[in-house]
Design a binder for this molecule. Sequence first.
Ligand code: 13P
Length: 253
Amino acid sequence: MRKPFVAGNWKMNTNSQTSVELVKCIACGSVETAGQSVTVAVCPPFVYLQAVAKALSSSNIAVGAQDIYFESDGAFTGEISASMLKDVGCSYCICGHSERRHIIGESDELINKKVTAAIAGGLLPILCVGELIEEREASQTNKVVTRQVKKGLAGLSVEKLRAVTIAYEPVWAIGTGLTATPEQAQEVHDFIRKLLAEMYDGELAEEIRILYGGSVKPNNAADLMSQKDIDGSLVGGASLKADDFLAIIQAAA
Ligand code: 13P
């Protein structure tokens, strides 16, 4: 019922040449799956969005931004608005990635403004949530994720929630090679879906895609995505290698 979704978050990697080469390889290898059995998106750095979108124009791969600013225009040096992202061919936008929460210092309130602005601007936000290792060890995972989901989605109507994808990315699993086990991830995904059912309604909660992120690789993707509430993955490092990303797309199909 929920179509699997695999998105690549390139973070601060690639250049004008390698970004285009990478998507050409991904598009070539996913002709049978992307946009059909699996929703596929790539999220390059802002400066390569336009070139990547152009290279993907005849494919079914969507383009997403790694961040957004909530104001529509004006004196906000260095920031990028929803309409600018739409203008260069984006349909998705990551909001509240753990690196922005923990390195840049984004708050739940700021992330909520970004999610709201993305939807208002016609983009589909991917709201990232996830606990630190100390929080998991202190059995605070559910509490942290509840706060991030409730605050991140604050004020969104039922209709607007339909635009949202959630990505559960335990911070301790990002870029560390330490993946959550399929059971650990499923437990949190199930918890998030029940939380959405409580906040909205059960039927709508069943429609929302919840992706797992954190050291997803070709050798663990199928096991993770075989779990009932894991609807795909948000891939970091492995999305920079066409063969690895294609294998992960295949595992979701
Ligand atoms: P890695 O796949 O490199 O662990 O990164 C995950 C991530 O942060 C995706 O947004």
